[in-house]
Design a protein around this ligand. Structure first.
Ligand code: IMP
Ligand code: MG
Length: 189
């Protein structure tokens, strides 16, 4: 299988490794202060939020636990249709707990809106959203965002958890894509 080198379609490095480190530390500090005296249950939406979660939790000083969910959106990778399905449910009960949802990016807002609605039915003590990235220009449904790493322009990005058709989630920075230079992977190639 031939995977195109991301350098061929990388347009710009939007958020550097250092920017990420600094901002994640700030968010961790803010969250720790807001939840002082409580314990916090972090819920990460796989797979995009994984790098953010593991860095963020190391910056949180209040006692915390983690759990994961997998959510599948219908539509193509670059445009969700609004229908979202939970394909992996939580392992633990969230009733009466302080829950913080950890997401990679809020784009149309459909994913977070559905997940919030689903989690509310289980009666957490509180429920907030922490997203690394926010693309407000793309919003189609209003969602509450309590903590946000960076507001970004309406461009497709990859790296630090975010994928380019599943690849390059491991990059330590966030980059924009020049879609005209991108050739989708030929699975039989
Ligand atoms: P929403 O439901 O439209 O808000 O989309 C959220 C999901 O779409 C995210 O969790 C990502 O998996 C994906 N997504 C949205 N924008 C981007 C992007 O620029 N790069 C990579 N994935 C993205
Ligand atoms: Mg994706």
């Amino acid at each position: 299988m031939i995977v195109q080198d991301y350098r061929e379609y990388l347009d710009d490095i939007l958020v550097t490794e250092e920017d990420l480190r600094n901002r994640v530390a700030e968010l961790g500090e803010q969250i720790s202060s807001d939840y002082q005296g409580e314990s916090l249950h972090l819920i990460c939406i796989l797979r995009g939020g994984i790098l953010f979660l593991t860095d963020l939790m190391r910056q949180i000083t209040v006692p915390n636990t983690i759990d994961f969910m997998v959510v599948t959106s219908y539509g193509t990778a670059r445009k969700t249709t609004g229908q979202v399905r939970i394909t992996l449910d939580l392992q633990e009960n969230i009733q009466g707990r302080h829950v913080l949802l950890v997401e990679d990016i809020v784009d149309s807002g459909y994913t977070i809106a559905s997940v919030l609605e689903f989690l509310e039915t289980r009666h957490p003590a509180s429920l907030r959203v922490c997203t690394l990235l926010n693309k407000p220009e793309r919003r189609e449904v209003d969602v509450p965002i309590h903590y946000c790493g960076f507001i970004i322009p309406n461009k497709f990005v990859f790296g630090y958890g975010l994928d380019m058709d599943e690849y390059f989630r491991n990059l330590p920075f966030i980059a924009t894509v020049a879609l005209d230079r991108y050739r989708p992977t030929n699975e039989s190639g």
